[in-house]
Design a protein around this ligand. Sequence first.
Ligand code: SAM
Length: 385
Amino acid sequence: MSEQTIIATCAFGLEAITARELNKLGFDKLSTENGRISFKGDFKDIARCNIHLRTADRILLKIADFDAYDFEQLYQKTRAIKWEDIIPQTGKMHIIGKSVKSALHSVPACQSTVKKAVVEAMQRKYSCDKFPENGPVYKIEISILKNQASLSIDTSGSGLHKRGYRTEAGEAPLRETLAAAMVILSRWDKSRLLVDPLCGSGTIAIEAAMIAQNIAPGLNRKFVSEDWPQIPERLWKDVREEARKSIDKNDSPIIFASDINRRVLRTAMDNAERAGVSDCITFQGKGVEEFSSKKKFGVIITNPPYGERLLEKQEAEELYKQMGKTFSALDNWSLFILTSHERFCEKFGRRADKNRKLYNGMIKCYLYSFFSKENPFKREKLSNP
Ligand SMILES: C[S@@+](CC[C@H](N)C(=O)[O-])C[C@H]1O[C@@H](n2cnc3c(N)ncnc32)[C@H](O)[C@@H]1O
């Protein structure tokens, strides 16, 4: 494929992090809007983005942008696209849609108009009334914002947070993409000790270990566009092969993960095993109040209960108070705590140096950051906390 427009979607608030990841992959001319980053690339780039991006939700292939003030316009402009060159005769066409502040506000009606137009376009090449739709999946998205329609096709399939290692989870698991973003935002590197003392199914610790060892998040899962005839199998193989070669198992990071719930801890250990990082995470069944460390420097990245889904609000607030007391001895540690509780700092007993709005699925959260009082990058010999 010659260069086309690729879109990496991400959660609101993560655009800058995903853009930084794209820069590292070599994409520079990025155009960013809410939850979407567009750039130019080819089929190999689609495979690279799906396999390597840690904080993106999906990778879409952009097909067209046009005005759509009425159904006739939507139908004609969609039908004019050469779908017959994109979708094979057996292609399964699944249309999803959204419409915001537009004359065409009925999403089901937009979806059926697009489907009709795509099918008629395909009939230009394949002389059949009905298509079997038993082949590779083409999930087409029609998105209309202020009467501007945008058509794209999903290349990922399941969301990119599904790495394949978390077949089981605790009660309120954090999205893997958000856990990775928290680790990237903390600027942690493997020269420093990392602790998640409320680790649940271990997502933060596992994502950190994968970052430290340069394990591509999508290495061990499948993507829907792998079944597309236009992307040669060899491209996926090459990208996976390159990713495998760049795994760095030297100087393993030292990561501690603990939780009061021993059952969930078992799940975390199994997840780490599946992710291939159990060698660098030590799991312990204990309460956060038991945490202490002789280490001068370290980083805590954690996601306590919010008092919405797990504990009642009051219990969560008691827990935050306790965390405040326990962590008060860690002057030179940096702390990164994600919760949806708006008065977390008051309960924790310390004002955050920074807070950043992030979304855990639909829940608005804040990443409260407390920075080390001394140079956090000063190296210290790492061992048990
Ligand atoms: C929101 S969940 C963490 C989810 C985790 N980030 C994941 O991805 O699965 C909060 C966790 O805190 C644990 N927890 C609650 N009270 C605790 C305490 N006093 N000490 C340690 N862990 C505690 C719960 O068992 C639960 O697993």
